[in-house]
Design a protein around this ligand. Structure first.
Ligand code: CP
Length: 305
């Protein structure tokens, strides 16, 4: 494959190859003082971000640098985008300067697909609108497999603002491809129309789902995309769908708590739960670098073209 545009495109073999490659990279670098491989020397990766990011942008930057690629960080703020330059012209400009791969985050669902039709190099979707965030799902699957030793048959509850979440969509596709059983837990107003055709169970009752879950993946409430009729009160939301210490105690002994970040501490997840030994939140971030190294390595092939 030349691009990574959506988790829905990945079959079981593709996804397993990414996870296994990430594991090999992680063990190759473990214990080394200089955490760097020469694989992408002479290649250029552009991070093209039209939306803010902390984890994904820095993680891709580190991943590319650890593979010895040159990295250009492009933020729409402060660029000629403010003068009206289009995504296409921006991408062609970057390619003319020698980019081999473009990692793109964009507020419009489908923007990475458009980009893939315009450039010769690889395109990696780093989050497009409410559509997909495939490398987040890959790093989440990697984290689950590392913690629980398997993905097949693992019961994953994805909780909260599914409506606005590209992370939820990518995880639904990827985790079900890898054999996990996904249950979405959300108020009816925060579930998308069409969820009935997704490979998931749906519940409105978090307390009923928690004792049966191996993984509880909390989603950020995306207040910036919210309308008062979707979301009447933070306190009421927290009471019904927030993960606090009392609810944490209802989980099985081996169950883990995940969150893609950034978190609204005190809303969808209590601070003591986010910081508990059950939480994989910091591990998810660390694993993200290995998984993104694997993605760049597999797409760019390691050899100059
Ligand atoms: N999880 C995630 O995509 O975080 P950022 O928005 O900080 O990249």
């Amino acid at each position: 494959k030349r691009h990574l545009l959506e988790a829905a495109d990945l079959d079981r073999a593709d996804a397993t190859l990414v996870l296994d490659t990430a594991a090999q990279i992680e063990s190759a670098l473990a214990g080394r003082e200089v955490k760097k491989l020469p694989t992408l020397r002479g290649r250029t990766v552009v991070n093209l971000f039209y939306e803010d990011s902390t984890r994904t942008r820095i993680s891709f930057e580190l991943a590319a640098k650890r593979l010895s690629a040159d990295v250009i960080n492009f933020s729409a703020k402060g660029s000629s985008v403010s003068k009206g330059e289009s995504l296409k012209d921006t991408a062609l400009t970057l390619e003319a300067m020698g980019s081999d791969a473009i990692v793109v985050r964009h507020p419009s669902s489908g923007a990475p697909h458009r980009l893939a039709g315009w450039v010769r190099g690889s395109v990696v979707n780093a989050g497009d609108g409410t559509h997909e965030h495939p490398t987040q799902a890959l790093l989440d699957a990697y984290t689950i497999r590392r913690r629980l030793g398997r993905l097949d048959g693992v019961r994953v509850a994805v909780v909260g603002d599914v409506l606005h979440s590209r992370v939820a969509r990518s995880n639904v596709w990827l985790l079900s491809t890898l054999g996990a059983e996904v249950t979405l837990v959300a108020p009816p107003t925060l579930l998308p129309v069409g969820v009935g055709s997704w490979p998931v169970q749906v519940s409105y009752d978090l307390d009923a789902v928690l004792p049966k879950a191996d993984v509880v993946m909390m989603l950020r409430v995306q207040l910036e995309r919210m309308n008062a009729s979707f979301f009447p009160s933070a306190r009421e939301y927290s009471r019904r769908y927030g993960l606090d210490a009392l609810r944490l105690a209802a989980l099985g002994d081996e169950a883990v708590v995940m969150h893609p970040g950034p978190m609204n501490r005190g809303m969808e997840i209590a601070a003591d739960v986010a910081d508990s030994v059950r939480s994989t939140i910091v591990e998810q971030v660390a694993n993200g670098v290995s998984v993104r190294m694997a993605v760049l390595y597999l797409l760019l092939g390691g050899a100059s073209s």
